[in-house]
Write a protein that binds this ligand. Structure first.
Ligand code: ADP
Ligand code: ARG
Length: 344
């Protein structure tokens, strides 16, 4: 780990290299949080991976205060959220206006909405100890295993899972990949695969990742474009889990997550959608996604490519907007994308 002001290559476009000025660096380089997390820890991923979009991770809630000189401008840059703004949550499905935009199943392959959550009063993944991580796995998987009805399912630890099963779960878009280099440099893959795993119901419409980038990733997904149904299931699941697991939440930053892009709602609502004609003109495609604050990803997760004209379209803003607004952003954009694809 370097204890000098990092020099980034000219082509580096990360928010880290944009906002880590000499002045910010000098002011923060000797500070440490309660969990012993330093500026060097926070910026390691962006230093190792100069193609990062962001490049920083927090080790605990306190990182966002102690290293605010760096995190605040990045948070404002990504979410358009100022230090004087406040966050508000709204998880009421009745407030969402989202009738299925593709009832004939011509464009939308599948819908997925996830939130990140971390356990209150513990460090985040980048600073957690091995024992704390194992304790979270035991507590959370125990609580999940007590769920009933359509949320009832089983916990599958990664440790001991056959290569064949994990490969299939990843290909089917249910499980996270191993060895992500951004997470690796952030300290999030320490002691891999111990303490990590996936819980899911039989239909695999409700899933929880344990101890990946965040301690919990609560996921609702299904084939087709019934976005409201996916949101409603997610809200029910969050409510059930919250009865047993206390989540880390701040009035200003909402749900606390290890990556500043996920703060606030920690919600990413996406569809896998076939847009073969529109995507032939990336500029026109992006004009629509920009207008609705959406991000375009490939279909094997972040940093992957599209296949056969199918893209992952999701909300980009997560902080300073409610959960309902996150889904509404995605929905409104998808309606316009489908109309445009139809017209071509
Ligand atoms: P995140 O968990 O932050 O949303 P990724 O972009 O890495 O991160 O996606 C995780 C997994 O979820 C990947 O396998 C991806 O293909 C899958 N996924 C995302 N959106 C959808 C969707 N709408 N339908 C099916 N799978 C999806
Ligand atoms: N650290 C990576 C980057 O800066 C990912 C950032 C957003 N994605 C995430 N999974 N947190 O490009």
């Amino acid at each position: 780990m370097s204890d000098k002001f990092p020099i980034f290559p000219k082509e580096c476009k990360s928010m880290l290299c944009k906002h880590l000025t000499q002045e910010v660096y000098q002011g923060l380089k000797d500070k440490k949080t309660v969990s012993g997390f330093t500026l060097a820890n926070a910026i390691q991923s962006g230093i190792d991976n100069v193609d990062s979009g962001i490049g920083v991770y927090a080790g605990d809630t306190e990182s966002y205060e102690i290293f605010a000189g760096l995190f605040d401008p990045i948070i404002e840059d990504y979410h358009g959220f100022k230090t004087t703004d406040s966050h508000q949550s709204n998880l009421n499905p009745d407030d969402l206006k989202a009738p299925n935009p593709d009832p004939e199943n011509e464009y939308i392959v599948s819908t997925r909405i996830r939130v990140g959550r971390n356990v209150a009063n513990l460090p985040l993944g980048p600073a957690i100890t091995r024992e704390q991580r194992k304790q979270i796995e035991a507590d959370v998987s125990g609580s999940l295993s007590a769920l009933t009805g359509s949320l009832a399912g089983k916990y599958f630890p990664i440790e001991g899972m056959s290569a064949e099963i994990s490969k299939q779960l990843i290909e089917d878009h249910f499980l996270f990949k191993a060895g992500d280099r951004f997470l690796q440099s952030a300290g999030l893959n320490r002691d891999w695969p111990e303490g990590r795993g996936i819980y899911h119901n039989d239909e695999k419409t409700f899933l929880v990742w344990i101890n990946e980038e965040d301690q919990l990733r609560i996921i609702s997904m299904q084939m087709g474009g019934d976005i409201a149904e996916v949101f409603t299931r997610l809200v029910t699941a969050i409510g059930e889990i919250e009865k047993k697991v206390p989540f880390s939440y701040s009035k200003h930053l909402g749900y606390i997550t290890s990556c500043p892009t996920n703060l606030g709602t920690a919600m990413r609502a996406s569809v896998h959608i076939a847009l073969p004609k529109l995507s032939a003109d990336m500029q026109a495609f992006q004009a629509i996604t920009d207008k609705h604050h959406l991000q375009i990803r490939g279909i094997h997760g972040e940093h992957s490519e599209s296949e056969g004209g199918v893209y992952d379209i999701s909300n980009m803003r997560r902080l300073g907007v409610t959960e309902v607004q996150c889904v509404q952003d995605m929905y409104d954009g998808v309606v316009e994308l489908i109309a445009c694809e139809k017209s071509l």
